[in-house]
Design a protein. Sequence first.
Length: 98
Amino acid sequence: MLNLTLKKEHLRRALLFLFNPKKHAVESHRLSVETYGGHAPSIRTCETWFRQFKRGDFNLKDSERSGGPQSCENEQLRELLDDNPIQTQQQLAALNVS
């Protein structure tokens, strides 16, 4: 099986494609899981993006966040942070990436 590293913006485009104001995020989540397996966004993420789309906001970029810039010297850790920027140091340390 081809191992794909899917970027968040690609997954958001897929959600936008599946978005229909008369349908629920749950159905789009189910279809995303069928397509992307473990790389699919969580149901909570689908719901968040559907709320944004329903407000008429179709911007797929990450919004600015407060706090200092992230620092990371290890490329594997950088990729993990890019995939899920809210991981804690403890969660990343448990992956034993060096």
